[in-house]
Design a protein around this ligand. Sequence first.
Ligand SMILES: O=C(O)CCC(=O)C(=O)O
Ligand SMILES: [Fe+2]
Length: 669
Amino acid sequence: FSPGSGRLLPYDLLYADGVRAYFARDWPRAAELLQRALHSYSQLLVARRGCQGRCREEAGFAGPPAAPSWETRFFDRILQRAECLGECLGRRLGSEPSLHRASREIQEDFEQREPYNYLQVALFQLKKLDEAVSAAHTFFVANPQHLQMREDMEKYQRMAGVKLESFRDLQATLYWEAYETGVQQYNVEDYLQAAVKLEESLEEVLLALEDCRALCEGPQEDGTEEEMQPGLYEAIAAHYIQVLKCRQHCVLEVATKPARVSATDDFIPSHLVLLQFAYDQVGNQALAAECAASYLLFYPSDELMLEKMKKYQAELGEGASMTARENIQRYVQRSLMEKKLIYYAVEHLGGTFNDPDPWTPDELIPGSLKQKHRENREKQRLENLDVGEQEQRGPFTFEGITVAMDSHQLNGSQRVVFDRVLTDSECKDILRLAKLAQDGTVNWRDATLLLHASEKSRKIVESYFTPGKRLHFSFTHLVCRTAVEGEQDGRMDLSHPVHADNCLLDPEGKECWREPPAYMYRDFSGILYLNDDFHGGDLFFTEVDAVTVTAQVRPKCGKLVAFSSGRENPHGIWAVTHGRRCAIALWYTLSPEHAEQERMEAEDLMRQGDMEQELSHTDVKEHMGTDHSGGASPEPPVPKGRARSTSQRRMSGSESGQQPQKLRARDEF
Ligand SMILES: O=C(O)CCC(=O)C(=O)O
Ligand SMILES: [Fe+2]
């Protein structure tokens, strides 16, 4: 391999080899392979972009479709174009294009910049500090919620010999830098500089759009493809509609800044508005008119802009052409044609389309879909507002939340305790909610606080344990345990017997059976505590023998304990001897198809009257579940066959069960 030799190795293979070398701690090889994978990936994007452009021209793809049989002609062109693309890519890549089609998972890794995470470690090991810092920074920009990387970044910042310039984003989306500088200069009325920067940004945005659209080609392996219709024509149609939807969504992708979740609304038109004004201010009427005309392609009846056009026409004279920019014309035409096809398909073949653009003309949307379209836009607008508000508070950095204890300090694996996930007043509100729910007076639609708290916890657990991979709620519930009346002294019983969350613990056999009725698809567990004004009720972890206590956690408002749900984390709760202990218990799954399934199963089991075990707890317990549509649901019962009466007295489960806290020592990095 050498750049420019014309033969590009598939990036997914290089990546796989790189990761293998990484785990073999072969740092030089890991670094080399990962860098080559990243290079190959970016070359692939360049090749795709180039071929897209060429084949679009060749197939006359840019022109408006001619009535009446434009659908048929459209498909002809698509086939023609697919052929052209195949040839072009084969030529540029020096190999069969299908070789370069990675699985959805690997594509996502690259989109999330995951390779940079491995790379930074390898480079650090090789003592290439400057490069390691750049790689780490590049990863961190796209994953600011990654707590481990944050710690690494802080270490790098403290490290002697690290230069400030090393903190650079190797994948910096050029246009974001240009756009932001442009807007800044615009705001301080430096219109000349603003125009330069905004032009630069606009050009890059259009190129980035092409990159993104190029990735829509080929099969989508994420299983989101809608049900295929029987028949070849329908199958092709369904596939291409999927590709078209993917392309339409690119506008959101480019308008979403790395590390932010919401897109900048109407990104391309807003460039044009700013440019129009900037050119106007510096006295370049011709360019201002061109931007105004381009803007009008998106919003043809915008009165302000129409006024300006009149003014320019007067100033420039009747003979001045004042047409929109060609690249914007092409963009709008193509987008309209794609939308038309998508809407046609949605109307006649079913499916849905979340139109990303606010400027889609009304007449293009079929009557039967108009209402839905309006609702979607409103929803999107509200979501954007929500995020805008959050952004000011900086929610994606988990501000204030600290890792109180990690696996090492908890004497186990895949365990963590966070502090300050909730404030005191948030705990109070949720506790009040728990009380109200007991009396049946809560309006569940208003119980958003609980949902916010659980979603926040989900994000934290996700970013800590499965960065880059989505964790889904499997089940959520708010549960309070109240001490029973009477003699409490010397109680050694448990409020919750030792168990694991996704398998049936068999302490004698030192096994944990992953079989029904265990909730096998639970991958991670989280417990968010709400109060500490009770006695007893500490959570403890044991070894697989269910008797050797390895760590204990004292509940407290805002403390979140999270751990993997398997055999490595048996746990239980000491009896609550005084007061009432409330917590939000959260279980997560990595498989989207099992999201919330547990809740449904729990309901089924409830119906079968399988609750007697749960009711035999020594504490009185109330609970309310939440699904994320706001309905109440029961707690899943403890599966039958779970070990319950372990010889608790053998436990070394006193408050001193915990070993002295050690400082976290993570393998250098
Ligand atoms: O509330 C706790 O501390 C733990 C609860 C638990 O382990 C469970 O419900 O499975
Ligand atoms: Fe549990």
